[in-house]
Design a binder for this molecule. Sequence first.
Ligand code: NDP
Length: 250
Amino acid sequence: METTKQQQLAIITGGGSGIGLAIAQKFVDAGILTIIVGRDQEKLNQAQATLGSLCIPLQCDLTNLAAIPALVQQVLQQYGRIDILVNNAGINMKKEFTEVSDDDFQRIIKTNVTAVFALSREVVKYMMSNGGGSIINISSMASQYGIPKVIAYTASKSAIEGMTKAMAVELSPKGIRVNCIAPGFIATDMSAKALNDDPERKHKALDRTPMGQLGAPADIGDAALFLASDAARYITGVVLPVDGGNSIGF
Ligand code: NDP
C-alpha cells in the first residue's frame, strides 16, 4: 500500500496581495498548507476568504525583527513543520537619487533585505534539523540592469541575488535548496504605482519586453510552485527571470 505523503507547509511573506497572493493561490491549489504573512490583518483576511481553509493568515510586521523568532516558533508549535519559505514581501520607493534620505534607504533595506535574512535564519534552523526544505527569494529587473530613481530598491534586490547564492552554497549540502525569481514588470499595485503616473517609464518597460505585455502575478506563482517542488530537486542557487524576455530585451 502506498504511504500518504505528509502535507507540506509553506510560509509566504506578503501573501495577502499581488505576487504573494498569486503564489499562495498556486500553493493552495497544489494542496500545500500555506501561511501568509503581512502587516495588514484585513488584507490577510480577505486573501484567506479567497484562498480557503488551506490558507492561514498570520499578522506580523517583518521589520520588527525581534518578533521573527516567535513567529517561526508559533508556526512550528501549531503546525509542526515548515517545508517552503517564500521571501516575497517587499516595498519600493521611486525618488530622485539626491532626494533619498538615509532613513528612506534604511527603511527599504530593512524590509527587503534584513527581514529576509532574519526570517530565513530562523526557518533554516528548523529546516536543518528536519533534513531540508526549499527557500525562494524574489528579486527584480532592478538587479539585472540599471533603472533610475530606485536606488535603495536596487541595492536591496541586488543583495537578495547575492544572498541567494551565498545561502545556496552553504545550505544545499544540508538539503535546503535556495533559489530566486526575478520578476519582470508584473501587473500589481506596486508596479501600477511605479508605472501608471509615468507613461514614459511604462513605454520603456514594455518596449524592451519581447513578449510585449506586463506579466500576471500567476506567472510568478507557477514559477514559485515549480521551484518549490520535487520537479526542481536538482536546482539550487539560480536566479530565474520570469519577465517575458525583459532582462534580455534590446
Ligand atoms: P505588493 O505591494 O502588492 O505586495 C507586497 C506585499 O508585501 C504586501 O502584501 C505587503 O503586505 C507585504 N509587506 C510589505 N512590507 C511588509 C512588512 N514590513 N511586513 C510584512 N509584510 C510586508 O507588491 P508586489 O506583489 O508587486 O511585490 C511582491 C514582491 O515582488 C516584492 O518583493 C517586489 O519587490 C517584487 N517585485 C514586483 C514586481 C512587480 O512588477 N510587481 C517586479 C519585480 C519584483 P502588508 O501591506 O499587509 O504588510
